[in-house]
Write a protein that binds this ligand. Sequence first.
Ligand SMILES: C[S@@+](CC[C@H](N)C(=O)[O-])C[C@H]1O[C@@H](n2cnc3c(N)ncnc32)[C@H](O)[C@@H]1O
Length: 294
Amino acid sequence: MKSKHENKILLGDVREVIKIFPDLHFQAIITSPPYFGHRKYSEKSSSGEVGRESNPEQYIENIRQIFNGLRPKLKDNGLLWLNLGDTYREKTLLGIPWRTALALQSDGWILRSDIIWRKTNAMPSSIKDRPTTDHEYVFMFSKTPEYLYYADAIREPHVTFSDKSKMKGGRNHFGKRDGTPENGKNGGNSNLHNGRWDQAFHPNGRNKRTVWDISLGKFRDTHFAVYPEKLVETCILASTKEGDLVFDPFMGSGTTALVACKLGRNFTGVELVEKYKDMAEKRVSPYLKQAKLV
Ligand SMILES: C[S@@+](CC[C@H](N)C(=O)[O-])C[C@H]1O[C@@H](n2cnc3c(N)ncnc32)[C@H](O)[C@@H]1O
């Protein structure tokens, strides 16, 4: 169903704004809320901004309320992708991403996957008493056990078995150079693309794994945590088709909207701070024509 909010970013606290959307409206929700205690996005302290709570419990409670409010708005066959990073306090890692994920799970969201986004170009750090953190989480939640997931749209290259491969041996073709059925001595044998062979040697690559190596995005404004286009692209391709509507309740600089347009999807966003809403609109406007209203 078309709505007047398609391809728009609405200004306000998401807790208020979401009330205007009909139920079962969005095909996917893809978002990165502010992390606990990381940044101040708004100049006002009493603005309803998430991430500035005085303790982790209150932060998790706020996130929980927001996503409980959003659950009816997601189609029953839709997916929620939630990107979260962690926070240290007095040398202690708080474990916020998992604590939040488990809270949402106990509220009825089905936790289908914990994806590690490994930042391949993470900033060097001066830390010497623990490993430098170079990952964040992306939790994939569904509303129901049956949902739309386009595995073929996000396949990744097979590991090719070379002479040096540790997986050499055990199957006829494993020991051969470049020995997948496509390239090796069994190339062209269609029997190998059924059943378990299909899993291992699907012509378009293997099923997507849970560690995603993605470099930080190029668009970096002064004090802004922007997630990379590639990360959003993977989530959109896996959970929507052209013309579908993607929602981001914490729109920030508009990465979700931008990628949605580029892939011929539609978006709706909410952003609390006017200057970021303006920034996002400016960033997205050259691509608006690519969004596909159906
Ligand atoms: C981590 S940033 C999102 C960045 C975004 N993914 C991007 O790539 O540009 C989080 C955003 O949520 C906004 N925000 C914080 N509290 C909010 C609330 N209650 N309602 C709506 N937006 C909020 C902040 O102003 C900030 O722009």
